[in-house]
Design a protein around this ligand. Sequence first.
Ligand code: HPA
Length: 279
Amino acid sequence: MKNDENLALDETTKFIQSKISMSPDIAVVLGSGLAPLAELIEEPTVIDYDEIPHFATSTVEGHAGKLICGKLQGKYIVCMNGRFHFYEGYGLDIITYPMKVFKQLGIQTLFLTNAVGGINTQFKAGDFMIISDHLNLMGSNPLIGPNNDLLGTRFPDMTEVYSQKLRNIAEEAGKKLGIKLQKGVFCALTGPCYETPAEINMLRLLGADAVGMSTVPEAIVANYMKMEVLGISCVTNAAAGMEDGQVLSHDDVKKTAELVKNDFTRLVSLIIKNIEVKK
Ligand code: HPA
């Protein structure tokens, strides 16, 4: 079952391995406007998504569409500068395909980042949030379809999608750097439109602290493959309807991400430094 997928994965994995000389420890996915981290990667090997067999290409402004492999804080990382979104028209299988490649590359730790709207009234634009759990309101699931038994089980447990151990490391890093970290439940909708105020009120009642258009498919697939997942969100704006006269725009999302880029890169770097790599 899923022979085609396994053949494709072998091809993609071999292609990436042919470009790099070390076996990577951690995969990092950068969200909207969070690309500056990529500039810190030492001895980078940069591979355009276009070149990678079976990879899609990134169509969103602020998402570069490059895989950057290199060293950060003594760890060998593979960084997706630009991710794929459901609203671009890609299926969840295509969106989550890179996670399967990361697993094949021997990576056990996935660090997901994203830009989110803050639903929790305590959150401010520019805050960071450790994702403690998620609500999948995308109306679909990346594991639908025949199960690939080589990757995971048909009915995977999702009790701790976001590793408590990694969340503790993130919390410690925030304390050490004096960067305030919120914690909360992330809710994913498909986008591409931002939510209505009524939808935000509904999501708050459902227990969401923040909302975005990504991350959950990748986290589900990584957890299914028994990878350890960490999710850090950048609250780029108060969610729809929470501020008088507010209109949401992708430009404002990018502007806030730009304002906090230094703290974001310091935080992510220290977390990566402190993650123990399983081999
Ligand atoms: N809603 C959905 N996705 C987002 C938002 C938002 O308010 N901000 C950044 N990404």
